[in-house]
Design a protein around this ligand. Sequence first.
Ligand SMILES: [Zn+2]
Length: 495
Amino acid sequence: MRLAVGAFLFEGNTFSPVVTRRADFEAKYCFAGEAVLSRLAGTGTEIAGAVAEAARRKAELVPLIATHGGAGGRVARDCHDEFVADLLARLAAALPVDGIYLALHGAFVAEGIDDVEGELLAQVRRIAGAVPVVVSCDMHAHVTPAMLAHCDALIGYCHYPHDDTFETGERALAILADTVAGRLKPAMRACRAPLLAPAQRQRTRGDGPMAEIRSRAAAREQGIIRAVSHFCVQPWMDLPGMGFTSVVVAHDDAAAASRVAREIAGMAWDARNRFVVETVAPRAGVRAGLASPGFVVLADAADCVGGGASGDSVAVLPALLAEAPDAPAALHIVDAPAAAAAHRAGVGARLRLGLGNKLDPSYGAPVDVEAAVVSISDGRFVYAGGLMKGVAAEMGPSAVLRVGAVDVLVGSRSAYEYGDEAFRANGIDPRARKFVVVKNPMNYQQAYAGAAAMIILDTPGPTTPNLAGLPWRRADRPLFPLDVEFTPAFVDFPM
Ligand SMILES: [Zn+2]
């Protein structure tokens, strides 16, 4: 059995005006041909899972390309076109193959293309004909009718935080191999409920609405029901057809797939109010934190680079300086010019500078500060735990600037906060402070477990949990929580 495999992932955020470029893909991973297998085997990626499953089934893999661009504003059109042309040329050269597995994100947007995955899969079909195509997506995929029309089976990560990417690759490859062998005749149906959910309440383990949905989905995966996926959707995309989508793959029984898809989408709709998070104005949040004895997490989730923001917001700094001038605090921002100024001035120097809000000025202005250079570094660190354990990251030239009682870690490039590694690599132990400002919706809940308080702030930015506060124009309405009182129209597809 000869199976073509590739990966082309990116999570788009249409509320971020920052264009994503090829260097952003190369900064994560970007391989072509044999390097796809040799460089990714043994990692936690979907491709690695596919390699492991293919070995068990003695299937030969034909690698195309594999790359991940992280998250951000729309991908530059030339960058998108180059990757797609490369992938399709390699696929054409690999034919004939018995099947194709593509690891995609599902929320990829490029300049001028709202549904990158749907268009890519249509071209794959055009080149490869009726060969079985199986796709895996992130749990935050924006699943469209075009995506489902041009593949045989589509599954998603089961978990958030996403710690099952490897297993997703194994499952996808198994579905593909079973389809090629004729043991599985995939019948796929989807159902979309008109709701968007902030990420803070989407944990799939423990308790909470997504944990309940995941456990129902797992319970339904038996007999002819091969895969039950639940896509919460990346909520910061102003596109038609947004919502929570369930996709079910059944063996030769579309009606059964449709029934389960409707059941899962119905659960999400019924749980809609449980996803909503309360946010607090920054100054009120700092005051509430001061009243809490011990270490306090202030979540500026609106500036989450893992969701497509630029990571350069300083929205919380003035609140800390005004409300808690003596409380030690730690904050992490991206500001390459400030980092360069600190490197030029050297440790111990004092600087006057405008800090932050340079990459994406639409959500705020730089804050003028006087800062002491506490330390400088090359910005390299290694993730210590979780799904990125052992992976090296680098923020480029970095510095710690002390502004009042706040230590501001300034990187030249963004690096997602899976834990506190970036702070620690620069001599900051956040737990030894009164406050740490985090910029993610989920990881901090584990990284700083046991904190006296975790306060979600109402800050400006393209990854705000306050979804109704964004300037929506294109999304189909009504859509919860932008609209509240309405009778939901569930959309079944493809029909
Ligand atoms: Zn995701």
